[in-house]
Ligand binder design. Structure first.
Ligand SMILES: Nc1ncnc2c1ncn2[C@@H]1O[C@H](COP(=O)(O)OP(=O)(O)OP(=O)(O)O)[C@@H](O)[C@H]1O
Ligand SMILES: [Mg+2]
Length: 243
């Protein structure tokens, strides 16, 4: 379980996270929605240790990781987590296999053969075959997203964080990615935290939905109850009204 308590983060005078409380239950999919620039990516990056919060705690399986130095974080927390970045974050100068391998090399106990097998397996599980030697520049946007997801699942994480996995994709490809996220959650038992603007997708795959607004989680509900909420900011947002 990931338990975030009273998390604060500012950049200069700008308070981005202003006391975030959030629990991500095991084996579930939780989606965070919220306006652009509201701190969703900052929240994910804080969970995965790329941003240091100013206050509050982030407990991963009961361990508060916020005070950890890099070495402790890499030892206790990093192996449990992977992030699918908003921008995909693949190296253009490296093949697909080399991109995934670079991430796998962090897990020092894995030998060359095992890494190779993991690369093949993870690409297959996102529906991509025989693209190990292709360069990212030769792939479509949907394929790039799937490679980024393959790289994340190759790490065999317990928790998988996705930053806007369907943004920029057409509706058909968005469906493919959403179905893939659900499949990964169900078949591999990976707890997933997604940031998304794709309300239809959210509705289809996530167990819980939470909204970040003005630096706080203003509402969290079971996704199947999302249309029955009486929080005006939340209901206006999911109906696409300007807030
Ligand atoms: N490293 C940083 N240094 C300074 N400001 C930052 C940094 N990272 C994020 N910010 C600021 O924090 C705010 C929240 O950014 P964030 O990327 O989390 O928004 P978001 O909710 O993910 O938006 P979007 O939906 O557009 O991706 C923005 O105003 C951004 O400029
Ligand atoms: Mg973002």
């Amino acid at each position: 379980m990931i338990k975030i308590n009273n998390l604060y983060k500012s950049f200069g005078d700008f308070n981005v996270l202003n006391g975030v409380n959030l629990t991500v239950e095991e084996n579930k999919i939780l989606t965070i929605i919220g306006k652009s620039g509201t701190g969703k990516s900052v929240l994910l990056k804080s969970i995965i240790g790329l941003i240091e919060p100013d206050g509050g705690t982030i407990e991963i399986d009961g361990i508060d990781a916020t005070g950890f130095d890099e070495e402790e974080f890499n030892k206790f927390i990093r192996p449990k987590m992977a992030l699918v970045f908003q921008e995909g974050a693949l190296w253009d100068s490296m093949t697909v296999a080399a991109n995934i391998d670079l991430a796998l090399q962090i897990q020092k106990h894995l030998g060359v053969v095992e890494r190779k097998n993991r690369i093949k397996e993870s690409l297959e599980s996102v529906g991509l075959k025989d693209i190990e030697n292709v360069y990212p520049g030769e792939l479509s946007g949907g394929m790039l997203k799937r490679v980024a997801i393959a790289r994340a699942i190759a790490m065999r994480p317990k928790y998988l964080l996705y930053d806007e996995p369907t943004t920029g994709l057409d509706p058909v490809l968005s469906n493919v990615i959403n179905d893939l996220i659900k499949k990964i959650n169900l078949e591999m038992g990976i707890t997933s935290l997604i940031i998304s603007h794709d309300i239809q997708g959210v509705e289809k795959i996530s167990d819980y939905t939470a909204m970040l607004n003005n630096g706080k989680i203003i509402l969290m509900c079971e996704t199947k109850e999302m249309w029955n909420q009486d929080n005006q900011i939340f209901t206006d947002f999911i109906r696409g009204k300007i807030i």
